[in-house]
Ligand binder design. Structure first.
Ligand code: ZN
Ligand code: ZN
Length: 291
């Protein structure tokens, strides 16, 4: 049986804070959001940064009243949830939205999302949404989401942050979404001594890896312990795990398009020297990959 393909579309690529303007027009100014659309018509959304607003508009237009959206959150930092209150499918009855993610310490994920829509800071509370909403707690492990098998892994980042690996249940290439992850030795995180080896194992056989590549090596030196990686570290990990295609992600807000072009050239040079990955891309808003 031929393997059925699915698409991966970048709606938000920027780390930390939106950076609209002419200087970021090509790589994008919206915070993290990636849509994975399966052959069966379902959509799995990786993070709910400000990029989810435009995606929500598209989904609402296309499937009026019948949207089923699965939203996998890496963690609950602002840049990964801030677009959620503006996700249009929330506001139509008949839509189903399931949010998957980790609780933060003792605080349930739903309580964090509720805070973000508390009347003190937002006009429409979470309870007033028309769509059917559920929030599922996940940890490192394996679980089905829509038409995908999902595996999750704990990352090195402040708070409980998860990376995800998606494989279509019907067979086909795998995608890994690993952002807000410090590959270097900085920071103190609740990951075990064999974390790096386990991460490499987790990524083996993945066709496309989307990874945090926020900094240049020089910038990283000033940001050790902030929970992010340099492009060289991302290339290094991809080479070690035998990844074919690496997508640099969670761009530093101060990196305008010209700086991103330069960073990408250097990352490709690095990959060539290391003998992998075969292809290195920097995520751009609107970029679509087929797996
Ligand atoms: Zn982030
Ligand atoms: Zn973060």
């Amino acid at each position: 049986m031929p393997q059925r393909k699915y698409s991966v579309t970048f709606w938000g690529t920027r780390g930390s804070i939106p950076t609209p303007g002419a200087h970021t027009a090509r790589y994008g100014g919206n915070t993290p959001c990636v849509a994975v659309e399966g052959a069966g018509g379902g959509v799995v959304i990786l993070d709910a940064g400000t990029g989810i607003r435009a995606l929500g508009g598209k989904l609402a237009e296309r499937q009026n009243g019948a949207v089923t959206a699965e939203i996998l959150l890496s963690h609950a930092h602002w840049d990964h949830i801030q677009g959620l209150p503006y996700f249009r499918p929330f506001f139509s009855p008949g839509n189903v939205v399931r949010i998957w993610g980790s609780q933060q310490g003792e605080v349930p994920l739903e309580a964090i999302l509720r805070q973000q829509m508390h009347p003190a800071v937002f006009p429409v509370p979470l309870d007033a949404l028309s769509a059917r909403l559920s929030v599922e707690h996940v940890e490192a492990g394996e679980f089905p989401v829509g038409e995908f098998k999902v595996r999750s892994v704990r990352l090195r980042h402040p708070g409980t942050t998860l990376g995800y690996r998606l494989t279509p249940a019907a067979g086909g290439g795998s995608l890994a979404y690993v952002t807000d992850n410090e590959l270097g030795p900085g920071g103190r995180y609740e990951t075990g001594p064999h974390w790096r080896r386990e991460l490499v194992e987790f990524l083996k056989g993945v066709d496309v890896l989307i990874h945090d590549a926020m900094y240049t090596p020089a910038e990283l030196a000033a940001h050790a312990g902030w929970g992010h990686s340099s492009y060289t570290e991302a290339v290094d990990l991809a080479a070690e795990a035998g990844i074919d295609r690496l997508v640099l992600f969670h761009h530093e807000p101060d990196h305008a398009d010209g700086a991103m072009d330069e960073l990408l050239v250097l990352a490709r040079k690095e990959a060539k020297q290391r003998g992998g990955p075969r292809e290195v891309l920097a995520a751009q808003e609107g970029l679509q990959l087929t797996l």
